[in-house]
Write a protein that binds this ligand. Structure first.
Ligand code: AP5
Length: 223
């Protein structure tokens, strides 16, 4: 495949970040996760962080004009020439339109929008037990515990609960997803780009299914 420009779509807690980490290693492509980028900006007290913080704390989406420029700049970088993996962007139709414009400007096209589908009750269990470190590595107290309790296996940093993983904020994030992101499923389906993955399986099985999907796309492109 000449280049692989992938979007990961799915509700909060569906496993986009977990699969994004694996894909990044498998494919050796830059991985841009808007949630991680925004949390780092909040931590570093940048201008982007101060515009985003109040929205994120409430579980609201940050305004489209705040996030679109961040991603347009990244996908246009030299390191993304062979492709990229986007996690958490686009998550509204105007963001999808902005990405289309950027891709057209670069004379490139999206390969697929991979939708990780998970039942709502499973999402609640996953987010309730999620632990992350400041570098964005993801664990779960029950499904994927780190070797040393409270310490990241990858970078040895302490781990904690994300500010937006409080039950009332999780509920609001789910509502935002239903109102603003679900329309993207039809949007990418109409353009023949939507690929559905069953995210209710174990992380390794989900990763294997995504590898299978990418192999199929590759074969279709070569046929
Ligand atoms: P973001 O960080 O992107 O949050 P999200 O989309 O709500 O997704 P999550 O990170 O909560 O879940 P995930 O799907 O990555 O699941 P994970 O792999 O961690 O965004 C945060 C905020 O930033 C937004 O609310 C918004 O304010 C703002 N924002 C970001 N992008 C924006 C945009 N484009 N526009 C506007 N605002 C934006 O997995 C969850 C847990 O489950 C983990 O503990 C994991 O170990 C476990 N797990 C994963 N897979 C499995 C499995 N298969 N089986 C069992 N457990 C599993």
């Amino acid at each position: 495949m000449s280049e692989l420009n992938l979007i990961l779509l799915g509700p909060p807690g569906s496993g986009k970040g977990t699969q994004g980490e694996t894909l990044q290693t498998d494919l050796d492509l830059p991985y841009y996760a808007t949630g991680d980028i925004l949390r780092a900006a909040v931590r570093d007290k940048t201008e982007l962080g101060s515009s985003a913080k109040e929205f994120m704390d409430r579980g609201d989406f940050v305004p489209d004009d705040v996030i679109v420029g961040v991603i347009a700049e990244r996908v246009g970088q030299h390191e993304a020439e062979d492709g990229f993996i986007l996690d958490g962007f686009p998550r509204t139709v105007p963001q999808a339109e902005a990405l289309n414009e950027k891709m057209a400007e670069m004379r490139r096209r999206l390969t697929a929008a991979v939708l990780i589908e998970v039942a709502e009750e499973e999402v609640v269990r996953r987010l309730g037990g999620r632990r992350t470190c400041s570098n964005g590595h993801i664990f779960h107290v029950e499904f994927d515990p780190p070797e040393k309790e409270g310490i990241c296996d990858v970078c040895d940093e302490p781990m904690g609960v994300r500010d937006d993983d409080k039950p009332e904020v999780i509920r609001h994030r789910m509502t935002q997803f239903a109102e603003k992101t679900l329309p993207l499923i039809g949007y990418y389906e109409e353009r023949g780009l939507l690929e559905r993955i069953d995210g209710d399986k174990a992380p390794d099985e989900v990763a294997e299914d995504i590898r299978g999907l990418l192999a199929t796309l590759r074969m279709e492109e070569e046929a």
